[in-house]
Design a protein around this ligand. Structure first.
Ligand code: ATP
Ligand code: MG
Length: 416
């Protein structure tokens, strides 16, 4: 993805990459050729937001989401309003439980590649699952994508939160919850009432089998419905495209940490503490939830104290928002841990001894080799399951490498 240092250069580059002349962009967007020219030459450096919105929307309408995203990101960062939503168009969001969706007011940090990849995928696939460990940002990303694509979904975006839904819920109960969100006031099964709509189903890991059946039924019965689900557990079903959500890059982790630190303590000056910030973010593996909790800690503990503190103490302070299992990192990891079988738990505890990443060969060549083979005769199955449940991260080179996020490892270390 290429960036420019000024709006004019950036716009000209995106326009040329799209293969459009200035006249064509003017036609597509509805602004005058003179406006396009003035922005590109820099004669107008702060265009009216209505013009900017139209220009950005032209890229969006052509399905050029990366260009749209680059322009919106630039204008957002420079305090210029370019978003269609900000210019007052209806988002058409409904929720199953009244929770707001479009007002996820904190700006998304990073994730540009994920967003453009997902926007493209949603053109080709009607069912996408965002998979990753607790607190990595699946829900945040899902809502950002839904927000980005809302104009494509004329029937709007429906959100169903299943995080608090008890594991006893069967397929019928989930189906009714989803249909309630889908057809506000309508009845399940009446597909004629549904226009092209995106259904975001948040947190299905504990309801895997019935939730997957509901998704399959939705796709079969409602040809105009697209599904975006978030889960800590990968979904194995025909037709689903899986997108793995990884922790933030080092740069984005620092941006998020600093943003949250400044929100919690506006007077704190970390300008000369770049390397300490880098170190904290590394220590927390760039996991957004852990970064947010650590930033809250800065209200009471200095960054040097945090640097020396054990991870579990840095992140022990509860977040005020979220479901019960999303208030502290310990609760978040414990929730995933509670869904594991006995064998998976035992291997996970054993793997906490690996501080670095490892391969299957490393496991089989371990000095305790016989113990590993005897103790875990189904080793491959268990490793696969831990990967599917996002307890292990996998890097797929010629030889696969596995690792446990340090923050997860520290919590597993204190669980029995
Ligand atoms: N890219 C991001 N920019 C800004 N904030 C983020 C980003 N990613 C995550 N966050 C914040 O980090 C926290 C955890 O993110 P989120 O709730 O999306 O995680 P999750 O993967 O859905 O976790 P869970 O599995 O518990 O549902 C939230 O407060 C969220 O707002
Ligand atoms: Mg979530």
């Amino acid at each position: 993805m290429r960036h420019g240092s000024n709006l004019g250069g950036l716009l000209a580059r995106q326009r040329m990459d799209a293969g459009w002349s200035q006249e064509e962009l003017a036609d597509r967007s509805g602004v005058s050729v003179r406006t396009v020219r003035n922005i590109e030459t820099g004669a107008v450096q702060s265009p009216r937001h209505s013009s900017l919105s139209l220009v950005v929307a032209a890229f969006q309408a052509a399905g050029l989401f990366e260009a749209e995203y680059v322009l919106r990101d630039f204008t957002d960062r420079n305090g210029m309003e370019s978003s269609v939503a900000l210019s007052g168009r209806s988002v058409g969001v409904s929720t199953s439980n009244g929770a707001p969706t479009g007002d996820d007011h904190d700006r998304l940090v990073g994730r540009k590649n994920d967003i453009s990849r997902m926007c493209d995928s949603l053109h080709r696939n009607r069912w996408i699952t965002l998979v990753g460990p607790g607190g990595v940002g699946k829900t945040k990303l899902a809502f950002a994508v839904a927000d980005r694509l809302r104009s494509q979904f004329t029937g709007g975006v429906s959100v169903v939160h299943l995080g608090e839904t008890s594991v006893d819920h069967d397929e019928t109960a989930i189906w009714h919850t989803v249909c309630e969100a889908l057809l506000t006031g309508g009845s399940p099964g009446d597909s004629s009432e549904v226009k092209r709509r995106l259904v975001v189903i948040d947190n299905i890991e504990h309801l895997q089998t019935p939730a997957v059946r509901v998704c399959q039924r939705l796709l079969a019965e409602f040809p105009d419905v697209w599904i975006l689900i978030t889960s800590r557990h990968a979904v194995a079903a025909a037709g689903v495209k899986t997108v793995e959500v990884r922790p933030l890059s080092a740069v984005d982790a620092e941006r998020l940490f600093l943003h949250r630190a400044l929100a919690a303590c506006p007077d704190l000056d970390l300008t000369d503490r770049g390397s300490a910030v880098t170190e904290i973010c590394r220590k927390l593996d760039g996991l957004p939830f852990a970064l947010e909790l650590a930033a809250l800690r800065l209200r009471s503990l200095s960054i040097d104290t945090l640097l020396e503190a054990p991870v579990r103490q840095i992140v022990a302070q509860p977040s005020v928002a979220g479901l019960p299992h999303q208030r502290t990192l310990v609760e978040s990891v414990t929730w995933s841990y509670g869904m594991l079988g006995e064998e998976q738990r035992r291997l996970l505890h054993w793997l906490t001894g690996f501080l670095e990443d490892f391969t299957i060969k490393d496991l089989l060549g371990h000095p305790d080799r016989k113990a590993v083979a005897d103790d875990f005769p189904q080793l491959f199955d268990i490793v696969s399951d831990l990967v599917d449940r996002s307890m292990l991260q996998v890097y797929r080179g010629a030889e696969y490498r596995y690792s446990m996020l340090g923050s997860i490892r520290k919590v597993i270390g204190i669980l029995q």
